[in-house]
Structure formats: C-alpha cells, structure tokens
Design a binder for this molecule. Structure first.
Ligand code: CTP
Length: 404
C-alpha cells in the first residue's frame, strides 16, 4: 500500500541549513504519488530557492501574504492553503519557528497557515545540539505535542557548527517512513486480514463455451481497494474480470470456476478477520465439461445436465468462528424477506441487498443502490451512490461492529 499516494501535502520550509534537504523531500513525496505544495518563511529563501521547490513540486511556492514584487499582487490565502492539505510537514523546523508555533505568533505566511491548519502536523526540528537540548526547546516540543502535532526527532551526527550531537534534521527518507508508519498505525483495519470475492464465475461447457453472468467485479474490487486503503491486508479472489486492480498491495487470486473460487477462499478463511463475498457465483455448472468443442448438427437442438455449484458463502457461514461475514443478495422481488432468509441461512453478520428493480443498481455500472440488513434485523437503506462510496459505507459499518 502506498500510504502517501493521492495525499495533498503541504511542506513548510524554515530558515535552517537543512532547508536544502527540502528539495529531496519534495522529490520523494512526489515519487510516492503525493501532491505537494510548499510554503516557506522569507528567510528560508536564502537557503534554498523557491524556483527549485516549485520545479520539483510542480506548484507555485508561497512565502509572503502577497507577491510583493508583482504590481498585480494578490493575497495568498493561508486559510485556503491550510484547508487544502491532508498533511502539513514542517521540515526543517527551526527553534525560532517552533517557538512561534507554540505561542501562536503568526508574523509570516507559514505561521499563519500553521494556525489555520486542521490536518495532522508533523515537524522535523533542525538546530544545533545545545539549542536542541535547551529546556525552552524541550518545553516547545511538549507544547506542540500537546496540540497533537507529531515530532520527527532530529538525528545525531556532525552539525553545521562542526559540533557533533543531536540536532540534524531527520533524513528525508526517515521523515517519509516515520509519517507512513504513524499513518498506518492509525488506520482502522491495520493488521486485519480481509478476504473479498468478486466478479462472475465461468462454468465450462466445452473449451470455448461457458455459463456465466454479467458481473463486472467492480463492486468487489472497490471494496478490496478501500479495505487496503484502511490498512487491511487484503486477498481478493477474483473471477474473470476486465476491471484493473490498481492497488498493487492487494493479493489477487485469479479464478475461473466456482470450484476454484471455493478452494481459494478456504485456503485463506481461517486467518481472515473479515470476509466479504460479493462475487456473482454461478449457481449451476454442467455435470461434465467436454474436452472437445461441441459440433452443431443441422436442425438438432442441444441439451445437457446441470448440477449445483458449492455455495461458498454458506460454507463460510458453517465454519465461522471469529470472522465477520458479509454476503450480497441480488433480488428481483420480496427483496427484504429473501435477504433476511439468506442472512440467517448462511449465518451472516451482514447482508447487502441490491434490487434489480432499483435504478442505478446492478452489475455493470459504476453506481449501486443498496440496503444493509444486519443480524439484529436492522435495515438501513441507502441512496444511489458510486460503487466506491458503497464500499466505504460497507467497511464503515463493519468497522463500527467489530470495534463495538
Ligand atoms: N454465493 C456464493 N456461492 C454460490 C452462490 C452464491 O458464495 N454458489 C454468494 C454470493 O457471493 C452472494 C450470496 O451468496 O454473497 C448471495 O447470492 P445470490 O445469488 O443472491 O443468492 P443465492 O444464495 O445464490 O440464492 P438465489 O440465487 O436462489 O437467490
């Protein structure tokens, strides 16, 4: 999982010699897939140029409330900048800026932005060893930690003064891994194993023909990707689907038939915390799949015998111990009644009902309209939403139940 991918990161650069490392930090953040904007203190521009940072971040760099050199100067809105950010990293953070942050001073754009920020704030101090050890600096750190800000401790080594000790700004790689591990620790599904089935199954008639259905796999893939973004270790057992799985940390097991899906799912179920079966598994398969293509004979029809496939979800319900088990129900009539019966029969914790009678619900589209029925018989209907938002609702519901 790329923790910083897609995150909007505001980097605050203050006037310390380590400011030159801000260029590497911007580069690494962009490489992680983050969108980066930089705000600098006016003096920081003496250590690293805004041109370097704007080129690397591909965004304009701000350092004053107005662009003073420009006759058409516009107000740089610190509030907008602060609210834009998912994360604010101040690196390097000098003793001077940290002290001002601790006491609410806002005599430059960076400080005003800090005061307006609602997102998590990380700061990487950089100063000489005696400044780092000074009681007032320690007090500053405690005040900032008390505000909920995160300190990325300085490293030890040779300092700009020539002295050796703690005070060097943490290396850009260390800053990134520190932030990633803090974010991971706070994710609600961190360390949990989530098993998802998705897509259709194809039951072979002969080498070129099969019994299948219109499922695209989109709903299950959205669930798998959202679970992964919440820190889960996700295994996705996926029937034939042309929808790409963009999160490369998901363990995708490609299967074709219901039997293969059954085998794959049972391989992972014992150690699973949450199992979500969204696959549209074929209910019947030909008794024998022929090795050779069936030839047509003029004027003659064709019939062959079908037998039921194994019900994967029901088998998981039978073996359920600690797992939270979720099934889907696709209904065309008596939706609530049929879903409640399925929930009980298959020993589920939650069933997600889609009615084919609802506009915006179903297999191929990007939207779905669902109703949750949980094992306490609580019925929660939702509006038509994107499949990504439905995935979010499902996982939010599960998290609220497993944390309760
Ligand atoms: N399911 C399964 N294995 C099967 C059939 C269905 O795991 N062989 C799962 C689906 O992934 C879904 C749930 O069972 O989570 C409900 O599927 P659905 O087709 O709506 O219900 P069925 O139990 O097959 O009953 P029916 O087709 O009669 O409505």
């Amino acid at each position: 999982m790329r923790v910083l991918s897609g995150k909007k990161i505001l980097l605050g650069v203050t006037a310390g010699i380590a400011a030159y490392k801000a260029a590497f930090l911007v580069r690494l953040l962009v490489k992680q897939g983050a969108e980066v904007k930089v705000v600098m203190t006016p003096k920081a521009k003496e250590f690293v140029t805004p041109l370097t940072l704007s080129t690397l971040s591909k965004n304009e760099v701000h350092s004053s409330f107005t662009n003073e050199d420009n006759d058409n100067a516009q107000w740089n809105n610190h509030v907008e900048l602060a609210l834009w950010a998912d994360l604010f990293i101040i690196a390097p953070a000098t003793a001077n800026t940290l002290s001002k942050m601790a006491h609410g001073t806002s005599d430059n754009l960076l400080l005003a932005t800090y005061l307006s920020a609602k997102c998590p704030v990380y700061f990487a101090p950089a100063m000489d060893l005696d400044m780092y050890k000074h009681p007032s600096t320690k007090q500053t750190f405690d005040i900032l930690k008390g505000f909920g800000n995160h300190i990325i401790p300085a490293a030890s080594g040779e300092l700009a003064s020539g002295l050796v000790g703690q005070g060097r700004m943490a290396a850009p790689e260390t800053i990134i891994s520190f932030i990633c591990s803090e974010i991971l620790k706070s994710l609600p599904l961190q360390g949990k194993k989530v098993l998802v089935t998705a897509g259709p199954t194809h039951e072979l008639i002969d080498p070129v023909r099969f019994i299948g259905n219109h499922s695209s796999g989109k709903m299950g893939i959205a669930i798998a990707e959202h679970a992964s973004s919440l820190g889960a270790d996700v295994t996705l057992v996926l029937g034939p689907s042309s929808v790409p799985v963009s999160d490369k940390s998901i363990d995708v097991i490609d299967v074709t038939t219901a039997q293969q899906m059954y085998d794959a799912v049972h391989q992972f179920y014992q150690t699973t915390t949450i199992a979500i079966c969204s696959a549209a598994v074929a209910d019947f398969k030909p008794v024998t799949a022929l090795d050779q293509k069936i030839k047509k004979k003029t004027g003659e029809g064709l019939s062959f015998d079908l037998e039921p496939t194994k019900d994967i979800l029901a088998s998981l319900g039978l073996q359920k111990k600690h797992q939270f088990l979720v099934g889907f129900a696709l209904e065309t009539e008596n939706e609530l009644e049929n879903s409640k019966k399925k929930l009980e029969k298959k020993n589920l914790d939650l069933i997600v009902l889609n009615s084919l009678r609802d506009k915006g619900a179903g297999f191929k589209g990007d939207t779905n309209k669902v109703t949750f029925i949980d094992k306490d018989n609580k019925v929660t209907p939702f509006d038509v939403k994107s499949k990504k938002d439905v995935a979010r609702d499902i996982l939010e519901h599960i998290i609220s139940k497993i944390d309760a």
